[in-house]
Each structure stands twice: as structure tokens, then as C-alpha cells.
Design a protein around this ligand. Structure first.
Ligand SMILES: [Zn+2]
Length: 297
């Protein structure tokens, strides 16, 4: 994989195929500002970019740490994000709450992780994107597209002149979509996937793994959405065998498929994703909760 230039937009390939804790970033030379979107691709590349070409603005698609990883390199740059997704960047306690982490030990683990590995520094102010509007920001025309689900204030970016759509964490990976935070939503994720699928782009840029799609992803959008239903089916199969607690269901790893390490990281992830599915299954009348056990109706 290599970096690619499309008009004024550059796809910057992340380390290890942009797998967490890295991503793929985008650099734009607008006529009024030099912009980096989601600066988490590579310390080396971003340092070079800063020193040789310059960065005036940071755009974040959302608040997750694998997107702001190297934001600290660009201290003087203006930060742009949706107003909805800004609160976790102002205070680490809000950050942990938004992940829905209650357990004191796991909070301590995450607090240390975001500070030490991801250089978390609380921000007091930011510029907020207009939502679902075509705007000129930094001398580049961009259409902001509210695509909640992954996070509530998630933004995708369409560049009409370049016909490039930045889909970010709706990343079309075989793992499937993430909707495990306190305020994530499976329903909104499905709607956002369907909305993005309809945008008439010529190139698509995602933040992880393959990253750059120069052909219409087509069926991949459906495959990606269908992963949600496959996860749901695995959970339903577990609770139809025997009523089970959230812990019991999560310990069968219906999302990740197998135990993943470090457990402090993946166990809570598995649990929150399973919990989201159980809430949806209850809402849709497919599962009932009796005491602390879930049972298929
Ligand atoms: Zn994310």
C-alpha cells in the first residue's frame, strides 16, 4: 500500500494497514489551509508532513483515540469536529463515560492507555463543523454528512470537486462495524451504512485495513451490514439453547469469534457489543430478560 494523490487530496496510508491503534489519514492542500483528517496514520509520516509541508487544521471524523493519536504534533493547528462528539475530548472522565466503562480497574487501564499511548490532552475549545451542509473550509469544498451510529456525532466527508468520499470508520472491513460505546446505536449504524452507499463518489477512503476503494464498493456495503445480522444470529443461538447472563453470552465471544488479547481491552469490547445487540433484540421482541438472564422468545 502506498500514499496516493487525488487532486488536492492525499491518501496517507497508515502503519500496519491502518489497523488499530493506527488508521489511514487524509491530507488536503486547501487554498487557505493545509488540513489533516484523523492524524493517526504514522508518527514518522506525520512528523515529516508537519516539518516539510505544514498543517493548519485538524479535522476529526469523531472522538476515538485511534483517530487523534498524533494530534499533539500539530499544537498550533485549529481543531474541527462535530459539536456532538466534542465532549469526550474535553475531559478524560467524560471520555471513559462515553465508552461506557464502569469498572474501576478498567477505567484505570483506559485512563493510562489514552494518556500514554494516545497522548490524550484535554481540549478547551474547537471549531464545530456545519452538519449536512456543503461548505468551504480552509479553501476546500466539502459536504459534511452526519452518519451517527459508530459515535453519535460521527461525520463523513464528501469532496464534490474530487468526487472522493471519506467514510472513515464505516470501513468495510471483514470484522464489521463498531457500535459498542454508551451512545453508539445499531439502528443508526445501519441507516448510516445505507446512506453512505448512495453517495455518488468515484473514490472512497476508509480509515482501516484496505482503506482506499477506487472501484465502487457495491456489494461490500451489504456484506458489511450483514455482519450485524450474523452477530445477532450467533447471540440468538446462544440464548435459544439456554437462558444466559450477559457475562455468559460474552464469554462465548459471538462478536470477535475467539478470545483476543489483551483481555483488558477486548473483553469489555465484546461485552458492550453483545449488550447493544441484546438491547436491540429485546426491543424487537425476540429476546426477553428474566432476572439477569436473557432468553429467546
Ligand atoms: Zn472509531
Amino acid at each position: 500500500m502506498e500514499d496516493r494523490q487525488f487532486g488536492r487530496l492525499r491518501f496517507i496510508c497508515g502503519e500496519n494497514y491502518g489497523k488499530y491503534p493506527f488508521n489511514h489519514s487524509v491530507y488536503i492542500k486547501g487554498s487557505e489551509a493545509r488540513i489533516i483528517i484523523d492524524p493517526a496514520c504514522s508518527l514518522e509520516k506525520l512528523t515529516r508532513l508537519r516539518d516539510q509541508e505544514g498543517v493548519d487544521m485538524i479535522w476529526l471524523s469523531h472522538w476515538h483515540e485511534d483517530h487523534f493519536h498524533y494530534m499533539y504534533l500539530f499544537d498550533g493547528a485549529q481543531l474541527w469536529i462535530s459539536e456532538t462528539d466534542f465532549p469526550p475530548l474535553t475531559d478524560v472522565e467524560i471520555y471513559l463515560n462515553w465508552y461506557g466503562i464502569d469498572d474501576a480497574k478498567i477505567r484505570t487501564y483506559w485512563n493510562k492507555l489514552v494518556h500514554e499511548e494516545f497522548n490524550y490532552r484535554p481540549r478547551t475549545s474547537a471549531n464545530f463543523f456545519p452538519i449536512n451542509e456543503e461548505a468551504d473550509i480552509g479553501g476546500i469544498r466539502v459536504q459534511t454528512i452526519a452518519t451517527p451510529g459508530h459515535t453519535p456525532g460521527y461525520l463523513s466527508f464528501f469532496f464534490p470537486e474530487e468526487e472522493v468520499l471519506f467514510i472513515g470508520d464505516y470501513d468495510l472491513t471483514p470484522f464489521g462495524p463498531w457500535y459498542g460505546d454508551a451512545a453508539s446505536s445499531i439502528e443508526e449504524t445501519i441507516e448510516s451504512i445505507r446512506l453512505l452507499k448512495k453517495i455518488p463518489a468515484k473514490k472512497w477512503i476508509a480509515c482501516h485495513e484496505k482503506g482506499l476503494f477506487e472501484e465502487n464498493p457495491g456489494r461490500l456495503w451489504d456484506d458489511y451490514e450483514n455482519i450485524i445480522y450474523a452477530r445477532e444470529k450467533r447471540i440468538l443461538d446462544i440464548v435459544s439453547g439456554k437462558p444466559s447472563t450477559l457475562e455468559e453470552i460474552a464469554s462465548a465471544w459471538p462478536i470477535y469469534g475467539r478470545p483476543r488479547k489483551p483481555l483488558e481491552f477486548f473483553e469489555p469490547n465484546e461485552r458492550v457489543l453483545v449488550k447493544k445487540h441484546l438491547e436491540r433484540l429485546q426491543k424487537n421482541g425476540l429476546v426477553v430478560k428474566e432476572g439477569d438472564k436473557y432468553r429467546k422468545i
